[in-house]
Design a binder for this molecule. Sequence first.
Ligand code: PGA
Length: 253
Amino acid sequence: MTTPRLRPLIAGNWKMNGSRALTTDLIRGLAGLRAARPDLAVDLLVCPPAPYLTLAGELLRGSGIALGAQDCHVKASGAHTGDVAAAMLVDCGCQAVILGHSERRADHGETSALVAAKARAALDAGLTAIVCVGETEAERDGGATLEVVSAQLEGSIPADAEAGHLVVAYEPVWAIGTGKTPTPDDVAAVHAHIRGLLKAWFKDGAEMRVLYGGSVKAANAAVLMHVPEVNGALVGGASLKAEDFWGIAQGAV
Ligand code: PGA
């Protein structure tokens, strides 16, 4: 029995890029493209840097495009200089937050246990947690991809997560920002494995969206987005131009 295809989510991770001007232009551009094709059966999410969230939230109002952040703190408030609480993201108009991106795992030493605590805080605030996992090139070459992904997933997702508020993003570290992508067969193998784990752990594990991320662009989106068990994309570089991001959304349907 084949399960019905989940509605794809195309999420743009702007990383540490942008300005007030870029935020304004990019969101106006995207909202215009979306308004011309409200029937396109995809969900769109943009995740600008924290200083632009409020502006982005105002520009996105009524567009049908959701807003997300790139990180949050585990605590609700307090003496944590430089950090941002999940409830603050909600206050700025966010519906989602990316957690455990490989750049944060690498640059800030984030462990899966910390990612799980952040996901807990995000869920408690009413956000959707987009939990990222993925192997390095050395782990892949050593044949450890499934083992690494399993351990990261098991350690990073709260035990009571539900499909409505939990998204997994599989992002091979070696494919991020490099222009390299795994073969569709390789993506299929990892996504099938992730789906198996989610179904074993959660009663609605079949409905949790599992995104692929790493050098997704309009030119490869149609192939990657139609790999079985791929339910959308987490897009970095190609999310910074409205036409490129929209091209990926079109490829996903
Ligand atoms: P990329 O980044 O699309 O630029 O490879 C993806 C990501 O890091 O989320």
